[in-house]
Design a protein around this ligand. Structure first.
Ligand code: NAP
Ligand code: GLV
Length: 310
């Protein structure tokens, strides 16, 4: 049984070691230099494979994504769709994202951006502290990642709501759903966090019209995909005061070009697509479990539904 590791961004060695512990019988092949005979490859563990590349492996049994998002695969018009594609759901990936969301929500809730500016001016004063029960946090997307962040925010007493395709019942979280639920969700949101998958329905969702629904001086945190955002509309909202600040982890072009206005905007924080990184030693158990499932004739966990796009 052979697995092909195909990623230009992830280090192969930790995966080789972690998978050897989980599945000693699995032979680890490395794209592009140590592929061997393409017809011998059973599984492809991938991040952003070149379009058409996976077609070269005629006996693949499943495509396993190294990340939660599968937009890097859905964009391939030649993706083999007669076999299942599974996305990554993993304890460390979820934990990392929840840490990122809590970190930035607390940063803005406690005015740490304003205190950082005051420090530069050697200015000593207090900004009134807000009761977290009066801080309205809104999560676009209440899936694996959004629901965990929402639960932890509830535990910290924030006023939490989420928007999803289908209605949710998460204790302490006000659920909005569907097209009709978006405007009322945005209207009650002081800190907006995007954790949606990238689909035809969610592309460019952070646009002029939707930003206009937010309360004055709202904050936006994007940990999903750059293409959720119309950059010019976001910059305009920051400049006209609709938004007071944004933390952006993901961008239309990555790495973010050196001359992009986000880098130098005083109210924007840029992080290099690190909101949550896949941790091999943790995620390998899930990948091995999915391989065992396919070997037993079952579908892997979290098989992508290409009709809904996630
Ligand atoms: P998930 O479990 O599939 O959850 C997706 C959520 O979005 C679900 O609640 C879903 O609604 C909702 N949704 C999808 N389409 C919608 C629509 N048209 N209208 C309203 N809601 C919609 O995904 P996840 O594991 O939480 O991951 C979310 C995304 O995070 C990934 O796709 C990836 O792009 C991003 N991500 C980024 C990083 C990073 O480091 N920046 C790391 C990991 C993941 P239902 O619940 O009703 O289906
Ligand atoms: C990272 O962006 C992921 O989708 O896991």
């Amino acid at each position: 049984m052979k697995l092909l590791f195909l990623s230009a961004e992830d280090r192969a060695d930790p995966w080789r070691e972690a998978l050897a512990e989980e599945l000693p019988e699995l032979e680890f092949k490395l794209w592009p230099d140590d592929v061997g005979a393409p017809e011998d490859i059973d599984y492809a563990l991938v991040w952003k494979p070149p379009a058409g590349e996976l077609r070269n492996f005629p006996n693949l049994k499943a495509i396993l994504s190294l990340g939660a998002g599968i937009d890097h695969l859905a964009a391939d018009p030649e993706l083999p769709t007669h076999i299942p594609t599974s996305r990554l759901v993993d304890r460390c990936l979820t934990q990392g994202m929840t840490e990122y969301v809590l970190y930035w929500v607390i940063h803005y809730h406690r005015h740490m951006n304003a205190y950082a500016d005051m420090r530069v001016r050697h200015e000593w004063r207090h900004i009134p502290q807000v009761d977290p029960k009066r801080r309205r946090v809104g999560l676009l997307g209440l899936g694996e990642l959004g629901s965990d962040a929402a639960e932890k925010l509830v535990a910290l007493d924030y006023d939490v709501a989420g928007w999803s395709r289908t209605a949710k019942d998460i204790p302490g979280v006000t659920s909005f759903h569907g097209a009709d639920g978006l405007a009322p969700f945005l209207a009650r949101t002081d800190i907006l966090v995007c954790l949606l998958p990238m689909t035809d329905q969610t592309r460019a969702i952070i646009n002029k019209d939707n930003l206009a629904q937010l309360p004055e001086a709202a904050v936006f945190i994007n940990c999903a995909r750059g293409a959720h955002v119309v950059d010019d509309d976001l910059l305009a909202a920051l400049d006209n005061g609709r938004l007071s600040a944004a933390t952006l982890d993901v961008f239309h072009t990555e790495p973010l070009p050196a001359d992009h206005p986000y880098w130098s905007h005083p109210n924007v924080v840029v992080t290099p697509h690190m909101a949550s990184l896949t941790v091999a030693h943790s995620a390998a158990a899930y990948i091995a479990d999915n391989i065992r499932r396919v070997e037993r004739g079952e579908l892997p966990l979290n098989t992508v539904d290409f009709q809904t796009g996630y």
